[in-house]
Design a protein around this ligand. Sequence first.
Ligand code: SF4
Length: 512
Amino acid sequence: MNTPPAMLHPELLAPFDLHAITRDGHRLDHAEGASKPLQSCPEPQPLGAKIHGSRPIDQTEAAARFIAAPEHEKMHDERLWDLRQKRDREMHGIAEWEELRALASAIKEHTLTHLDEYLEQFEANARSHGVHVHWARDAAEHNQIVHCILSDHGAKSLIKSKSMLTEECGFRHYMTSVGIEVVETDLGERIQQLDNEDPSHVVVPAVHKLRTDVAEVFAKTIGTDPANSDVHYLAEAQREATRPIILAADAGMTGCNFAVAETGTFVVCTNEGNADLSANVPKLHIASIGIEKIIPRLEHLAVFIRLLSRSALGSPVTQYTSHFRGPRAGDEMHIVLVDNGRSERLGLEEFWTSLKCIRCGACMNTCPVYRRSGGLSYGATYSGPIGLIIDPTFNQRKYSNLPFASTLNGSCSNVCPVEINIHEQIYAWRRVLVERHETPLAKKAAMKAAGELLSRPAAYRAAIAATDVALAHLPRFVIYNGLNAWGRHREVPHPPKETFHSWYQANRGGKP
Ligand code: SF4
């Protein structure tokens, strides 16, 4: 038996106790109830999309690898569907849920159409509390501003709570290149950092990993027992390994869920309290805030707080909803307001309402494509339905395949707490990308041929009749071969004996 590292809590070292217990002897009531180590040989974690510069991401290829790992696919699908069901239960407990969604959508719409005014109001109020406010046009400027602040303080280490904006900016990679150590304080994000992977979900960054994957990552990076995948053991080991780093950090960074213009304050929601550690332990606190996070008044915050956690995890509220107003005496607080393509998106008639997004992840949890392909298959900062809308605004060529990774079933729009018409925007992107010649030649040629055929009823009927005969007689490999991606995961249904058109002609004489 491997000797567990000495840093562990004594309860976890007891040989008879493979699973954590509380001090009074009871089993910990953790979100992942079944924490017994898996008995079977662990299935290797499938890797995400291959990224080659600006070449279009092949989401289909990466998704196929994820599907080919059945234990991962099943766990991912079930875990996210569970979140969706919990969200539904919470929603049904609030009679005015639809009114709340409409209100949240209207508040965001109003704010986004008066964004300049509210941003200036927020800046003035934040400055009046002694906060330094900076403006960053893009990711590069954001990274440089933060680097300058850290350099001015001689800071060499930074602890950071989860922030999709900093992922968008490639912040960690930049900091590594200038010799500043960044340590994530969110457990899921820390797992992803140690595994040198991006987050695969906006709320639960390591949701695609089995416990055995985490055990493997921790064994390699912080020296835990590779055979022990008990969640309590792993969480405790990570806590013990990270706390000393947190206590010694020179600076702390947080993101922001909502920035209130009338007060100049901002709010960060977490379930682990890690934003509070990042913000309060070091004397220097830097907050990166996307300009779309502004809401006008404090009273509006309640609307979003009621929606956010219920939509995200199906829990009434996050464990921590922390308000930040200004630095403590002797400390320093900086806010970096980041655009990075947001003002440009605001001018896109069909896509500007995507800026209402509060990053709850509900659209991802409900999406059948996302649940079965994993977030890393999208090869982008944002995955799932909201990613299909946002990613092409960053790079149309690179993300040109993503809007096609959707069934357009509309479930994403139905669960979105700020009523974004997600599936309609995905459909609109398809049209835009085809018009701008950003789709692969083969797909374009197939669509053109289909368009020609569908616009000529006689030719279409002749083709259908010929296809029926062909399907009955062609050898199987003609459809199910390596060149036909469609046939890799589906069986062509048996053609009906008679088409609706011929039935209608025969029974109704072609008359309505
Ligand atoms: S688009 Fe809507 S459902 Fe999806 S993450 Fe954003 S707010 Fe949540």
